[in-house]
Design a binder for this molecule. Structure first.
Ligand code: CMC
Length: 431
């Protein structure tokens, strides 16, 4: 972040205030209002952060108008086609692509942390069978702070490193266990001879009664889903992790907070909601009825998997995901699956509809990831946990960046108070 020597002048009544303008390496300039309250006794007001940069960060850049997503400068389409998830994890965490030796070392460290403490199995069995896997994940990841005491000191770089590796390594195991528990099957232990995505598929779909062969095309599609969701700068869950961590809370508690935020249907829960909408639509002849409902301001129904706060032309992740969806559907021979036919028709209808065109609403990454996960055999309740597995590295990278920033302060937004002004307490008998 560079000072531009430019200032913005704010005039309030007869007083003027010069506000420094800071320049990022990419993206719009930023007006620095940090000293404004002290100087002018006013706050800025921006619910939903539509015009506010909450921090500086060197990890991910998005240009929503141009549909650009860069991780440490590398475009997402190149990472999705040439790299793989654990290499992208290394890039996000440490800032550069690894050498072959660094990658081997990183992969081996992650691989050797994939098992969870055996006693944690009991947490799972404490939940009702019909508990949503996100509820289980929020609880179990938070509970990791009760098990891994040797990686809780956020001021110690080694503790931060160990906590990071543990979270990336154990999250697939925890998500798969949540799934297995919900379907009444035994937990499947991780296998360290498999890559990250293959291991996850095996932990989800293998059963002790028979051998499970990982299909390399499905493993590649799974890896791509992980890669495309790895980070997305200051979205709601990442900002939640940052805010929770700014108080000094331990990393497991903070990631649990991120998981809770991700669950919402406007964020990570959209992939589940999108598929459920498609199921509700059911057959192509009902699509016009649902499109009309999505456009009706008196109806809360929204076409889930459409639209994005930042991307206003296309979601570059969705472009890659759509390609991956086509490959997976063809491989599995399910191109004619009725649900997927509805999905394709919804996409076509919405993209031609003036309501969606004018508002720049197009399918986002979650529309297509839901289709792939459905075809792979995951129930919709597992879609958001898979997003959480993928996003863990983004949360951790942003958390580490924040803790390592000497300017770190506790996050403490201000407000525009609209309540009652000071008044005298009235004794109960006089009310
Ligand atoms: N269906 C119907 N209308 C929509 C939709 C939709 N999915 N999304 C936005 N609109 C309309 C909205 O009603 C508004 O119309 P008007 O200007 O007439 O009032 C206009 O488009 C702008 O919407 P907004 O709510 O002001 O936009 P936002 O930037 O606050 O919301 C969003 C972005 C993603 C929350 C929203 O588009 C949405 O709810 N989409 C469905 C949920 C979804 O797919 N979320 C996943 C996002 S990608 C994964 C992730 O990063 O988590």
């Amino acid at each position: 972040m560079a000072d531009t020597n430019k200032t913005a002048t704010l005039t309030i009544g007869n007083s003027s205030y010069d506000l420094p303008i800071l320049s990022p390496t990419e993206g719009p300039d930023v007006i620095d209002v940090r000293k404004l309250y002290g100087q002018a006794d006013v706050f800025t007001y921006d619910p939903g952060f539509t015009s506010t940069a909450s921090c500086d960060s060197a990890i991910t850049f998005i240009d929503g108008e141009e549909g650009v997503l860069l991780h440490r400068g590398y475009p997402i389409d190149q990472l999705a086609s040439k790299s793989h998830y654990l290499e992208v994890c290394y890039l996000l965490l440490y800032g550069e692509l690894p050498t072959a030796a660094q990658l081997e070392d990183f992969e081996s460290r992650v691989t050797n942390h994939t098992m969870v403490h055996e006693q944690m199995h009991r947490f799972f069995t404490g939940f009702r069978r019909d508990a949503h896997p996100m509820a289980i994940m929020t609880g179990v990841v938070g509970a990791m702070s009760a098990f891994y005491h040797d990686s809780l000191d956020i001021q110690d770089p080694w503790h931060r490193e160990v906590a990071s590796i543990r979270l990336i390594a154990k999250m697939p195991t925890i998500a798969a266990m949540a799934f297995k528990y919900s379907v009444g099957q035994p937990f499947v232990y991780p296998r360290n001879d498999l890559d990250y995505a293959s291991n996850f598929l095996r932990m989800c779909f293998a059963v002790p009664a028979e051998e499970y062969e990982v299909n390399p095309i499905l493993a590649r599609a799974m890896d791509r889903i992980f890669t495309l969701h790895a980070d997305h700068e200051q979205n709601a869950s990442t900002s939640t992790v940052r805010l929770a961590s700014s108080s000094g809370a331990n990393p497991f508690a903070c990631i649990a907070a991120g998981i809770a935020c991700l669950w919402g249907p406007a964020h990570g829960g959209a992939n589940q909601a999108a598929l459920e909408s498609l199921k509700e639509i059911g057959t192509p002849d009902r699509i016009p009825e649902f499109i009309a409902r999505a456009k009706d301001k008196d109806d809360p129904f929204r076409l889930m998997g459409f639209g994005h706060r930042v991307y206003k032309n296309f979601d570059p992740r969705a472009t890659v995901m759509k390609q991956s969806a086509d490959e997976v559907l063809e491989l599995l021979g399910v191109e004619n699956n009725p649900l997927l036919q509805v999905a394709k028709q919804v996409e076509k209808t919405a993209l031609e509809d003036p309501y969606f065109i004018e508002r720049k609403l197009f399918p986002n990454v979650d529309f297509y990831s839901g289709i792939i996960l459905e075809a792979m055999g995951f129930p919709t309740s597992m879609f958001t946990p898979i997003f959480a597995v993928s996003r863990t590295v983004g949360w951790i990278s942003q958390w580490k960046e924040m803790i390592e920033d000497p300017q770190m302060k506790i996050g403490r937004p201000r407000q525009l108070y609209t309540g009652v002004s000071a008044r005298e307490y009235v004794d109960v008998e006089n009310r």
